[in-house]
Design a protein around this ligand. Structure first.
Ligand code: DX5
Ligand code: ZN
Length: 233
């Protein structure tokens, strides 16, 4: 993974056909996904339950791009090794998931993955002010985590601008997760985001049998974002 601030679209397989993850991943990558976002939920930290390390290991061979694992679990530390062994390229833990964020991030890097930290909408940037040297990615949640298909929380755009300033020249990705579509992508891209997670807006209207809408959806989000940052597609 070479660091760049170019816009990356990371479809979340939370919006894919759960009976067909391998084929869904191959289809979404063939249609232009830059990263594949994997939402791990524990029915405790968030009110929904998805999948664990065994499922991540099973889908790993199908991912040719970047496996971006978003851990919405608490406690998180005891599970980091299993998810790293499952092949995560980026492992993101929530700042709210435990009392030892510094240790969590150190552990992720020691396991050989890129270390991400996610912030719920109600969590201020000060939560990560003193761990910036340990992070490779900051994920700003623009919905309360737990479900796909929720509405984008606009107040987070200001947080994003402040985060972009806080990061300065550091090679730290800024990821946005929740309610990203062609109407919200320009707002987050202009404010400094480079990784745009999209669940429903990426998978809408398509299927493994008819994957072309995936490509149209991804291209529309990318074009809207790149226009806002002045990048040429
Ligand atoms: C929310 C998840 C998101 C979700 C995004 O808890 O972390 O990744 O899949 O879905 P959309 O894009 O539909 O808001
Ligand atoms: Zn997510």
């Amino acid at each position: 993974m070479t660091f760049t601030r170019q816009i990356k679209i990371a479809p979340s397989i939370l919006a894919a056909d759960f009976a067909n993850f391998g084929a869904e991943i191959r289809a979404i990558e063939a249609q232009g996904a830059d990263w594949v976002h994997v939402d791990v939920m524990d029915n405790h930290f968030v009110p929904n339950l998805t999948f664990g390390p065994a499922m991540c290991a099973a889908i790993r061979p199908h991912i040719k791009t970047v496996m971006d694992v978003h851990l919405m679990i608490s406690p998180v530390d005891a599970s980091l090794e299993a998810f790293a062994k499952a092949g995560a390229d980026v492992l993101t833990a929530h700042a709210e998931a435990g009392p030892h964020l510094h240790r969590t991030l150190q552990t992720i890097r020691a396991l050989g993955a890129k270390a991400g930290v996610a912030l719920n909408p109600g969590t201020p940037l000060s939560a990560i002010a003193h761990v910036m040297d340990l992070v490779d990615l900051v994920c700003v949640m623009t919905v309360n985590p737990g479900f796909g298909g929720q509405s984008f929380i606009h107040s987070q755009v200001e947080k994003l601008r402040d985060l972009r300033a806080m990061i300065g020249d550091r090679p730290v990705h800024i990821e946005i997760d929740g309610g990203v579509d062609p109407s919200t992508a320009p707002l987050v891209a202009a404010a400094g985001a480079d990784v745009l997670v999209a669940g429903s807006a990426a998978f809408r209207g398509g299927s493994v049998e008819n994957p072309a809408p995936y490509g149209t959806n991804i291209a529309a989000i990318r074009a809207a974002a790149e226009q806002a940052t002045g990048q040429v597609a």
